[in-house]
Design a protein around this ligand. Structure first.
Ligand code: WT7
Length: 569
């Protein structure tokens, strides 16, 4: 019999659910004033955790650092004061463009203490990806490292609102005019900072995510989101006082902020952060070294671990692992069974989105897992499957429809930045439509089927076809293109681009490589097409819209489906 964990009995949690359970735990019941930066740092010190380790950090060179909650409190104050002294105001957007260095985690909370809106941007983004997102957000300040500042320098002139570039490892000799060199280790630590009196509805984090059409959209979250991030960290991740928790996600993506910063520290948990790439051997060594107990990772990583075999696992002491959770893509039954075999613990799937801010559907500690299923709605979340056409809840089990959630949970995005029309378009018949397809079984378990749009999920990262196609068209040889996902054993899918060349250009291996690199530099390695097929023309609707669905179906050997409905799109 498995211990039931913090959630206890699922049925009674669902029956007796109230978000005030989290509010009591966070000490904010009945209060409107809520600040994530404060709750993750000062509050932990006030309840006696000041000397507890908040973060063990290690990078790929083997350098290490450790921060207690009290050090985290001081360092976040120092960042908040720095920004304040520069003139950054509450409500200003401050972007983080860094690898997983301690400053990334600290500045995140410092910005929130000041009342600023954090805009996390993945450090592998290229200039165009950065410019699109920073122009849309009208970002005021950027915090970055020497190794990434070049990209910001090249686009700075095109971003009139960008007043400050802070380089966390810069010095007077390396920075340029108009930049600020800041070094946390040498800075005078700020004992007291007047935390901005943010309220539950005060904006906190602006995360950009991709859709099928248009530019990336900024999902705007609020300080009150901590209520759901806290409780899901307790009941899904099962964080407990003695845990050493490792969330492998980068804070450029929502898992890395909701659970790699907010949930980890709202619960006063010690977390381990690794600033380095994937390697099965290194990852096992780190679990062994830091005695990781709770591990939040992704199917892509699990598939790579599986590929590297069972023997490698045996070389390390991984018996501290107590609870394993996965997110970002479908978790195949095979992965669940493998982890049960080699770690003696099954990975528990969790499903959610940038827009939802917290886990919506999951498998819980101590409960029966049906391998291949995402599990059941989090208590307090009402989820269902709607008919694809009528948008009414399906009464029949096993039928495929759209995953839909009743609005009103604390960490739901409040809008898309500058794009409320698209935000409102996400609701049908009083339900928030996630944009994914699934079916429900008789026990109320959700089974993921696929996306309901053309967005490509590569290794748990969403990339929008439109952003790729818009960048492709800027390449001198490209007349037209369509980007779709094609199967890949490790990343589930990778980008494939179908390209019509401009007259006078002929397909060649060199051109293919040139186009791939063009996208890698402008957007990111994730968005780079791994495969390119030069074609004479692209399938289109009568009104000229590219039928990505037709191209995609061929890649996956699936029936193309009913095209008549698309003809007049
Ligand atoms: C999309 C959201 C939520 C944090 C990371 C991704 C897909 C997410 C699962 C899962 C199948 C999943 C969906 C979803 N997805 N979790 N457990 N099983 N698919 O956040 O970048 O906003 O992506 O990722 O398609 O809509 P995101």
């Amino acid at each position: 019999m498995v211990a039931p964990g913090n959630i206890g009995s699922y049925e009674s949690r669902v029956r007796d659910f109230c978000w005030s359970i989290a509010e009591e735990e966070l000490g904010i019941a009945g209060k409107n004033q809520v600040n994530i930066g404060y709750l993750c740092t000062d509050r932990n010190c006030r309840r006696g955790l000041g000397g507890k380790t908040a973060m063990y950090w290690e990078n790929s060179n083997g350098q290490t650092k450790t921060y207690t909650f009290d050090q985290l409190r001081l360092a976040t104050n120092t960042y908040a004061q720095l920004l304040k002294d520069l003139g950054v105001k509450p409500g200003d957007r401050v972007c983080l463009f860094m690898d997983r260095v301690p400053d990334l985690y600290i500045a995140f909370l410092g910005i929130l203490k000041l009342g600023g809106i954090v805009q996390p941007l993945f450090s592998a983004f290229g200039e165009e990806a950065l410019e699109t997102r920073m122009a849309d957000a009208e970002t005021t300040a950027a915090i970055t490292q020497m190794k990434h500042v070049r990209k910001l320098r090249r686009i700075r002139e095109k971003l009139p609102t960008l007043k400050h570039i802070i380089v966390v490892d810069g010095n007077a000799d390396t920075i340029k005019e108009g930049e600020v060199a800041f070094n946390l280790d040498n800075a005078k630590s700020v004992e007291h900072f007047d935390v901005y009196p943010s309220e539950r509805e005060t904006p906190s984090v602006l995360h950009y995510t991709s859709g099928t059409t248009g530019k990336p959209k900024g999902a705007l979250h609020v300080h009150g989101s901590i209520v759901s991030q806290h409780l899901t960290s307790r009941w899904v991740l099962d964080l407990q006082p003695d845990d050493i928790y490792w969330c492998t996600a980068d804070p450029g993506w929502v898992t890395g902020t909701s659970y790699g910063i907010i949930g980890a520290w709202s619960t006063g948990t010690t977390q381990f952060v690794f600033d380095g790439g994937f390697s099965s051997e290194v990852w096992y060594r780190l679990i062994d070294k830091y005695k990781v107990t709770v591990w939040y990772s992704a199917p892509t990583a699990i598939r790579m671990l599986m590929r590297d075999g069972d023997e490698l696992v045996k070389k390390f002491k991984l018996t501290t692992l107590r609870h394993l959770v996965s997110v970002g893509e479908p978790l195949a039954a095979e992965c669940v069974l493998w982890s049960q075999k080699v770690f003696g613990k099954a990975f528990h799937d969790s499903y959610w989105q940038t827009e939802t801010g917290c886990i919506l559907i999951s498998n819980y500690p101590g409960m029966k897992i049906k391998p291949g299923s995402m599990g059941r709605p989090f208590p307090g979340i009402t989820a269902t499957v709607l008919d694809l056409k009528t948008h009414q809840p399906l009464s029949e089990t096993g039928k495929v429809g759209l995953i839909a959630i009743k609005p009103g949970w604390p960490s739901m995005m409040r809008t898309y930045w500058n794009n409320s029309a698209t935000y409102y378009g996400k609701f049908k018949n009083g339900w928030y439509i996630c944009g994914d397809r699934a079916s429900l079984d008789a026990d109320g378990y959700f089974w993921f089927v696929g996306r309901d749009d053309d967005v490509i999920n590569t290794g748990g990262h969403l990339v929008g076809p439109f952003e790729i196609e818009s960048a492709l068209i800027e390449h001198g040889a490209v007349a037209e293109s369509a980007a779709v996902g094609t199967p890949d054993p490790v990343n589930m899918e990778v980008v494939k681009a179908f390209i019509v060349l401009k007259p006078g250009h002929v397909p060649s291996d060199d051109l293919e490589l040139d186009i791939m690199n063009f996208i890698r530099k402008r957007l990111s390695p994730l968005a780079m097409p791994q495969h390119i097929e030069f074609v004479e023309s692209l399938p289109k609707t009568r009104s000229g819209k590219i039928l990505r669905r037709v191209l995609r179906a061929k890649e996956w050997n699936e029936p193309v489906g009913d095209l008549s409905t698309l003809e007049n799109d």
